[in-house]
Design a protein around this ligand. Structure first.
Ligand SMILES: Cc1cc2nc3c(=O)[nH]c(=O)nc-3n(C[C@H](O)[C@H](O)[C@H](O)COP(=O)(O)OP(=O)(O)OC[C@H]3O[C@@H](n4cnc5c(N)ncnc54)[C@H](O)[C@@H]3O)c2cc1C
Length: 554
C-alpha cells in the first residue's frame, strides 16, 4: 500500500486528457506549488513511550513485534481519507503512534489491554488502515503514549461449518484473502467494498462496512453471527444462534464500536455459495428522480439484483460509474444491475488439510445462494420487467462490464487528482425514500455554499425496502490550505445532513470526523449510554481515545 495514497503504486492511474481539461477549464485547478514529500521526510514526534514500557510490550508479543522504525510509524499514521492523505503528502506525521505492536493471539491482545490500562497507554486497533473518518487518529493527550495495535498477524481462517454455512476468521484477514480461503469450499462472503484490496474483516465489523453487492449479500453487519472481543475488563464471546430473543443483542453493540469498546479477535460469519453465473448490465433513465423510483420499486417489489447502483446526471456525464472509461459518460442517469447465482450444484467437500467443522461434509441444500435467489436468467427477467415498466432503457452488458472492470479503480484516480491540485473526497448518508430528495438537495447545497462551484456527483448503491444511501463524490480546486478548506465543507455537510434528517453515515463509520454529528443524532440520553458502556469496558479510557464516543460535557 502506498503510504501517502492508495494501493499498489504499480497501478497508479494517469488522468485522462478530458479530465485534465475539465479540471482546468471548469474548476480552475492548478498544480500545487509544493510537491508531496518522500516517506523519509515525514516529520514525526519523538517516541514518547519510555524504554521499560516498550520492553514490557515486547515481553507480551515478542521483541520482533514491537516496531518503532520511522517507516512503521508513518505507515500507521491516520487512515486514507483525503485530509489524511493531504497531511501525509505535506509531511505532517504529528498523529503517528509511538510504536506499532502486532499481537499473535487473543490472549496476547487481552494481556496488552491489561498492561496498557495499567500504564495509561492509548491503543488504536489497526486493521487495513483504510478508515476515511479519522478512525485511526488517536489522541495521546493525557497518556504515556500511543500504540497502533496492528492485527495483521491474526490472519487465519479457523473453521468452516458447511452445514450452517458459517466460517470463523481471525480479524486481520484482508478481504481478498478471505475470498481465497473460502474458494476451495465453493463459498464466498460476497463483501466487495471499494476498499476490498486492503481492508480487513475486523475493520469491516468494527466500522459496519457495506459492499458493492450489498443488495444481494447484505451489509457486513448482516453477515456477522458471532464475535469474540477482548476488552480491558475481560472477554466477550457473543453469538450462540443466528437470532435470539435473549434480551438486547450485544453483538450489535460491538458492531460499529470502532475499537472504542474492545478489540475483535475472532468473527463468525455467514457465508454463501460462490456464484458460478454473473451478468452485469446497464440501463438508462431520463432523470435521477425516475431512476430512483425504479430502484425503489425493485427494493420494495423485487427481485433485487446483487449489485444495484444508480448514478445521478453529473456522475453519469463524467463517467465515474465506469472508472476505466472515465470522461466518456453519456446523458441521463446510468443504472448498473448485477445478477449473480451459484451453479446448479456447488457443494464441495473441503480438500484434505483445510479446516472444517466437526460435522464437515456436504451441505444439505445445493445451488441456492440464499432463499429465493433463483437463476440469473429468472432474476434478471423479473427485474428487467420492473425497470422497463419504470421507464428504463436497456443498454446491454457493456456498461455493466465496464463498471465491474473499474470497480476498484477510483481510489487510484484520487491520487492523480490530488497531485494535479484538485481535492477529491467522498461522503455518504442514508435516509428513508420519502426524505431522500431533501437529503440529496441539502448535501449539494451545503457543498456549494462551502466550496463555491465544486463538481458534485452522487449515486445510490445500497437499497432497502424503506430507504437507501446516497454516496457523493466531490471535486474542487485546492486552496492554499486544502485541509482547512475541506474541513469547513465537511462541517457544513455534516450539519446539513443532521438538519435534513439523514444519518451521518451509512457505512464509513463515525471516527473523529462524524463524532459531533453522531452525538446530535443520538441525543444526550443516547450519548450518556455510550459513555457508560465505555466506562464499564474501558475504565482507563485507553481504547481509541477521541474516536466514536463524544466526550462527557463538563
Ligand atoms: C478508497 C476507499 C474506499 C472505501 N470503500 C468503502 C466501501 O465501499 N464500503 C465501506 O463500507 N467502506 C469503504 N471504505 C472505508 C473503509 O474501508 C471501511 O471503513 C473498512 O471497514 C475499514 O476496514 P479496515 O480493516 O481498513 O479498518 P481500519 O481502517 O484499520 O479501522 C477502522 C476502525 O475500526 C477499528 N478496528 C479495526 N480493526 C479492529 C478490530 N479487530 N477490533 C476492533 N476495532 C477495530 C479501528 O480502530 C478504526 O476505528 C473505503 C475506504 C477507502 C480508503
Amino acid at each position: 500500500m502506498l503510504w501517502s495514497g492508495w494501493g499498489d503504486p504499480a497501478l497508479a492511474r494517469e488522468l485522462p486528457e478530458q479530465v485534465r481539461a475539465l479540471l482546468r477549464d471548469f474548476l480552475g485547478v492548478r498544480a500545487p506549488d509544493v510537491p508531496a514529500v518522500g516517506l523519509e521526510s515525514v516529520r514525526l514526534p519523538p517516541v514518547a513511550l519510555p524504554g521499560p514500557l516498550l520492553g514490557a510490550l515486547a515481553e507480551v508479543v515478542g521483541p520482533a513485534y514491537v516496531l518503532t522504525s520511522h517507516e512503521a510509524r508513518v505507515r500507521h499514521t491516520r487512515g486514507k481519507s483525503t485530509p489524511d492523505l493531504l497531511r501525509m503528502r505535506a509531511g505532517d506525521g504529528s498523529a503517528a503512534p509511538d510504536a506499532v505492536v502486532l499481537p499473535g493471539s487473543h490472549e496476547e491482545v487481552a494481556e496488552l489491554l491489561r498492561l496498557c490500562s495499567a500504564e495509561r497507554v492509548a491503543v488504536v486497533p489497526f486493521g487495513g488502515g483504510t478508515s476515511v473518518v479519522g478512525g485511526l487518529t488517536a489522541s495521546g493527550s493525557g497518556f504515556a503514549g500511543v500504540i497502533a495495535l496492528d492485527l495483521g498477524r491474526l490472519d487465519r481462517l479457523r473453521s468452516v461449518d458447511l452445514e450452517s454455512l458459517v466460517a470463523a476468521f481471525e480479524p486481520g484477514v484482508r478481504a481478498p484473502e478471505a475470498e481465497r480461503l473460502l474458494a476451495p469450499y465453493g463459498l464466498t462472503l460476497g463483501h466487495f467494498p471499494q476498499s476490498f484490496e486492503y481492508a480487513t474483516l475486523g475493520g469491516f465489523a468494527a466500522a459496519r462496512s457495506s459492499g458493492q453487492a450489498s443488495a444481494g449479500y447484505g451489509r457486513f453487519d448482516d453477515m456477522v453471527v458471532g464475535l469474540t472481543v477482548a476488552t480491558p475488563t475481560g472477554t466477550l464471546d457473543l453469538g450462540r444462534a443466528p437470532k435470539s430473543a435473549a434480551g438486547p443483542d450485544l453483538r450489535q453493540l460491538m458492531l460499529g464500536s470502532e475499537g472504542a469498546f474492545g478489540v475483535i479477535t475472532s468473527l463468525r460469519l455467514r457465508v454463501r455459495r460462490a456464484p458460478g453465473e454473473r451478468r452485469y448490465e446497464g440501463w438508462r433513465f431520463g432523470t435521477f428522480a425516475e431512476g430512483t423510483a425504479a430502484v425503489r420499486a425493485l427494493a420494495q417489489e423485487g427481485p433485487l439484483p446483487a449489485v444495484l447502483r444508480l448514478s445521478d446526471e453529473t456522475e453519469t456525464m463524467i463517467g465515474l460509474a465506469k472508472p476505466d472509461t472515465i470522461g466518456s459518460g453519456g446523458a441521463g442517469c446510468l443504472l448498473i444491475a448485477g445478477y449473480e447465482s451459484p451453479p446448479a450444484s456447488t457443494a464441495k467437500s473441503p480438500s484434505p488439510g483445510l479446516p472444517a467443522s466437526a460435522s464437515g461434509g456436504v451441505p444439505p441444500v445445493d445451488g441456492q445462494a440464499a432463499p429465493g435467489w433463483g437463476s440469473v436468467t429468472a432474476r434478471r427477467s423479473g427485474a428487467a420487467a420492473v425497470l422497463a415498466r419504470m421507464g428504463g432503457e436497456p443498454l446491454g452488458t457493456e456498461p455493466g462490464e465496464a463498471w465491474e472492470r473499474g470497480r476498484y479503480s477510483a481510489p487510484y484516480l484520487r491520487d492523480s487528482l490530488l497531485a494535479a491540485g484538485a481535492t477529491v473526497e467522498t461522503l455518504e448518508t442514508a435516509g428513508f425514500w420519502a426524505n431522500l430528495p431533501r437529503l440529496y438537495d441539502a448535501v449539494r447545497l451545503a457543498l456549494a455554499g462551502a466550496l463555491g462551484s465544486p463538481l458534485v456527483m452522487c449515486h445510490i448503491s445500497h437499497v432497502y425496502e424503506s430507504g437507501a444511501s446516497l454516496y457523493f463524490t466531490v471535486v474542487t480546486a485546492q486552496e492554499g490550505d486544502p485541509v482547512g478548506q475541506w474541513e469547513r465543507a465537511k462541517e457544513a455537510v455534516n450539519a446539513a445532513i443532521v438538519e435534513a434528517g439523514g444519518t451521518i453515515t451509512h457505512h464509513h463509520g463515525v471516527g473523529r470526523d462524524h463524532r459531533d454529528a453522531y452525538a446530535a443524532e443520538l441525543g444526550p440520553v443516547g450519548v450518556s449510554i455510550l459513555q457508560a458502556i465505555k466506562a464499564r469496558l474501558d475504565p482507563a479510557g485507553i481504547l481509541n481515545p477521541g474516536a466514536l464516543i463524544p466526550p462527557p460535557t463538563t
